[in-house]
Design a protein around this ligand. Structure first.
Ligand SMILES: [Zn+2]
Length: 121
């Protein structure tokens, strides 16, 4: 017999199942291995998100300190492509070490003509 799939009929049979079975038992527990695996997966996902957010902040601040015009563009690129784009940024950014500015104290490139934060020479 040919049977047509209706989402509504699935909902109807699901609700019938729930109604006939009643509420689930209160002390039903998942196996410890499943709980450990799910916790590990959740932790890995959260750690990955935290790493990406930290990377975004670092790339944007580093680009600002180096006086690069396209800091916001690098932020978007790292947001879209992740850690791989941050590695590309490290090789593409303006070279030189960051030193504190004599006037405003913010970090700036030691070879730059003016501080990107206060404009001090
Ligand atoms: Zn400055």
């Amino acid at each position: 017999m040919f049977k047509v799939f209706y989402p509504f009929s699935v909902l109807k049979s699901l609700s019938a199942l729930v109604l006939t079975q009643g509420p689930p038992p209160k002390h039903r527990r998942r196996p410890a291995g499943v709980v450990a695996c799910q916790s590990l997966l959740l932790f890995a996902i959260l750690a990955f998100i935290a790493l990406n957010v930290a990377l975004l902040f670092w790339v944007y601040r580093d680009a600002q300190n180096r006086g690069m015009e396209y800091g916001i563009l690098w932020l978007v690129i790292v947001f879209v492509f992740g850690p791989l784009a941050a590695i590309v940024y490290v090789f593409a950014r303006q070279k030189g070490s960051l030193v504190p500015c004599a006037r405003c104290g913010a970090r700036r490139l030691d070879v730059s003509a003016n501080c990107p934060h206060c404009g001090n020479a």
